[in-house]
Design a protein around this ligand. Structure first.
Ligand SMILES: O=C(O)C(=O)C[C@H](O)C(=O)CO
Ligand SMILES: [Zn+2]
Length: 280
């Protein structure tokens, strides 16, 4: 079996308040995204968001419709966002080949049937990080690079939160049904992402941390602003953020992460900010 699928149920803040480390990790943490010639998918009941990894090495991998979808093909009722965090690769979409390099993205709209992922060089395999959400209509398939992105720099060196936010699959760049994705790069010497923290009860979010140097890790903060907890994240792991939760991190070094969201709207700026001094 090439494809591993795991279903994660949704949960409430009241339920999560009593959890210990293991329970919290079982509910939110996605420890494995990539293994040679394998597809890993986690199907979250928060907005029916799927997050996963596709790592073709010697062989190409086809994204098949998993049982949880009860669909004829994966994108029968869904849209798909992809960011490659490995070596150069290709994605074949109903016969059309797209070349997708490191930190480049793809959007594939509802209705595309055959999706085949390959690496150009097995010694430097591609690692396709994928997010997928239910879709009501079909938008054009697009290859998106930093040249197309909306880029903003936030924070400051003094506050150790200087970072560049590359908005790749957002309304100002492409049309999607509900999926938004981007990539935030922490500048050297900076460790805090998404600080000041925020919630957006209208959208859930998933973070995938990568470029975490060997021997380093990121403490990912979650919970309601007045009831926070943390999950320690290793390189190339993901974490589900419920709509009511903050999602912020502090690393033992700088790092990069991919954020993906789905829910009520496509408004990236629709956030309820939590003042740093109010966090508990
Ligand atoms: O560093 C940041 O700040 C982010 O990248 C924030 C995410 O993009 C986010 O949480 C969007 O809602
Ligand atoms: Zn957010």
């Amino acid at each position: 079996m090439n494809t591993h699928v795991e279903v994660r149920y949704a949960f409430s803040p009241a339920e999560a308040k009593a959890w210990d480390t293991e329970k919290a990790r079982q509910a939110m943490h996605i420890p494995q995204l990539f293994a040679a010639n394998k597809i890993y998918l986690v199907y979250s009941h928060f907005d029916r968001f799927i997050a996963g990894g596709i790592m073709p090495v010697e062989e190409s991998l086809q994204l098949e419709p998993v049982d949880a979808l009860k669909a004829e093909y994966f994108l029968e009722r869904r849209e798909l966002g992809i960011i490659n965090i490995g070596g150069p690769g290709t994605i074949q979409v109903d016969g059309e080949i797209f070349h997708v390099d490191f930190k480049e993205a793809m959007y594939i709209g509802k209705g595309k049937e055959e999706l085949i992922f390959s690496s150009k060089d097995p010694k430097m395999p591609a690692k396709f990080y994928v997010n997928s959400t239910p879709a009501h209509t079909s938008h054009p398939t697009r290859h998106i690079t930093k040249k197309d992105a909306e880029i903003v720099t936030l924070g400051s060196q003094e506050s150790a939160n200087l970072r560049t936010i590359n908005k790749l699959l957002v309304a100002s760049v492409i049309q999607t049904c509900q999926l938004q994705m981007g990539m935030t790069e922490l500048h050297p010497g900076n460790i805090w992402n998404t600080m000041p923290a925020h919630t957006h009860d209208r959208r859930m979010e998933v973070y995938c941390y990568f470029e975490v140097p060997q021997g380093q890790a990121v403490a990912h903060f979650w919970g309601q602003p007045q009831q926070t907890r943390h999950i320690w994240m290793q390189n190339e792991q993901a974490v589900i953020s419920p709509p009511w939760s903050i999602h912020s991190g502090a690393g033992t070094s700088n790092y990069t992460f991919i954020w993906g969201m789905a829910g009520e709207n496509l408004d990236y700026g629709d956030m309820d900010m939590a003042a740093i001094t109010d966090l508990r």
